[in-house]
Design a protein. Structure first.
Ligand code: MV4
Length: 445
């Protein structure tokens, strides 16, 4: 088992990992930038190493400094959290070369799933349902035109290096294909330095439903059911819930089986997420696989009573998983509280939190690193807290979330609390009748 884990991250996830390490009797090392000297992850870790100035590129993304911090503190594992270096193949490899266990995917796995066209081909080979479309990368515009006709309009052009919607274009008619092809390739080249494109049939008004999986070093995988992440704005998730209001037992079994099959096919080790698009007929299609712990993992933990960070650490230490699949026993919802102004296009609103009061009570969990007097630095993402509520039913969970949001006091900065409060009253949210298009029509009152 690990003796000391370095957490190569900041904010709530760094604190989240430290908490589990403490419970497991594992020592912790925090790394931090100059902007985070007053952060709780620095305070609660056993040791802390400053790795540079505020910009991520000069601190949390500096691989050599993080490795050096692990070496001088004698850490035998590095947990990367999410974002930053969590899906960086080079970093995963670098850890391995320095005999420090990377608590995440191997470089090979990250590369395999990071290239979307390749990931899709792998999943197709594993027997996981995929959206019909091109057979891998499209070599030129002529092939693009032919593929669009065979696939049938509307189609979706996707960047193979993509993710987060970059280099992606929906095309409804042949006369718009050229412009979409050129602009998507340009965008992909600029963002990723690669303009490989593939094509799919457009799934209209899909739901984003993902399956949490865990695989061990013996080739065995299991799933921990789904999370519905359809409420997104510009590819940023705002709230997630489990079970999905759209789920049936039959669909969960089918999606769960597909996700486990996917994980076992690639001998996936650790915690991962298989993302699916689900259409209105409940057909589901592989979208992407994330090889990291995700922001929204706590809702799964709450409904299946399972510490996912603990499981990541155990699997990384070579412990086998039980192998059983899980079904939600409760209903859990997460609201991401961001330092953004929902009345002004969700514009980032960093600053000092002058007063802070967190809600409490049965079934309320808050994962955060902030406190009264804390200054939210402008250098990083705007998420400051995750409010997670869990209850017997969806209706009770929504009522509990409303109560908790009403109790939550954060002063000095603008937050997305008013947005979530209105969302919890929105008829289409309350009925569970929402898709990834939901936020396009949403307006603050
Ligand atoms: C799609 C799609 C419709 N049809 N693929 C968006 C991010 C990228 N990872 C995949 N995405 C989509 N792929 C086909 N064939 C619609 C989306 C999409 C989306 C997916 C999940 C959550 C939110 C979304 C918002 C817009 C588009």
């Amino acid at each position: 088992m690990f003796k000391k884990i370095l957490i190569a991250n900041r904010g709530e996830i760094a604190l989240r990992v430290i908490r589990t390490c403490k419970e497991m009797g594992i020592k912790t090392v925090a790394v931090y930038s100059k902007a985070d000297a007053e952060s709780l992850h620095v305070r609660f870790a056993d040791e802390a190493v400053c790795i540079g100035p505020p910009p991520s590129s000069e601190s949390y993304l500096k691989m050599d400094r993080i490795i050096a911090a692990a070496e001088i503190t004698n850490a035998d594992g590095i947990h990367p959290g999410y974002g930053f270096l969590s899906e960086n193949a080079k970093f995963s490899k670098l850890c391995e070369e320095h005999n420090i266990k990377f608590i995440g995917a191997t470089a090979e796995m990250i590369d395999k799933m990071g290239d979307k066209a390749n990931a899709k081909a792998t999943m197709k080979a594993a027997g996981v349902p995929c959206v019909p479309g091109s057979d891998g990368i499209i070599s030129d515009f002529e092939e693009c035109q032919k593929t669009a006709v065979i696939t049938g309009y509307p189609v979706m052009l996707k960047a193979s290096a993509g993710g987060g919607g970059k280099g992606m274009r929906a095309v409804w008619k042949p006369e718009d294909l050229k412009e979409a092809w050129d602009s998507a390739r340009q965008e992909s080249k600029a963002a990723f330095g690669n303009d490989d494109m593939y094509m799919e049939k457009l799934i209209e008004e899909p739901r984003h439903i993902e399956i949490q999986v865990v695989g061990d070093s013996f080739g065995k995988a299991c799933h921990l059911s789904e999370r519905d992440c359809s409420v997104q704005r510009r590819h940023q998730k705002l709230t997630e819930e489990t079970p999905s209001p759209f789920m049936t037992d039959e669909l969960r079994n089918a999606m769960g089986d597909a996700a486990v099959k996917a994980a076992e096919f690639i001998k996936y080790e650790g915690a991962g997420t298989v993302e699916f698009l689900v259409d209105k007929h409940r057909n589901f299609y592989f979208m992407e696989m994330n090889t990291r712990i995700q922001v929204e993992h706590p809702i799964t933990e709450e409904v299946v009573d399972y510490d996912l960070i603990r499981e990541q650490i155990l699997v990384a230490a070579g412990v086998p998983i039980s192998g059983k699949n899980y079904t939600p026993q409760l209903h859990s919802i997460e609201c991401r509280i961001n330092a953004e102004d929902p009345y002004n296009g969700f514009r980032p609103a960093p600053g000092v939190i002058t007063s802070y009061h967190a809600p409490g009570g049965h079934g309320v969990r808050i994962d955060t690193h902030v406190y009264a007097g804390y200054m939210i630095p402008p250098n990083y993402d705007s998420m400051i807290s995750k409010l997670i509520v869990t209850a017997q039913t969806r209706e009770e969970a929504i009522n509990k979330m409303k109560r908790a949001l009403d109790e939550y006091v954060i002063e000095g900065i603008k937050t997305t609390i008013p947005f979530h409060r209105q969302l919890m009253d929105h008829p289409d949210y309350v009925s569970g009748n929402y898709t990834t298009k939901f936020m396009e029509d949403f307006e603050m009152k």
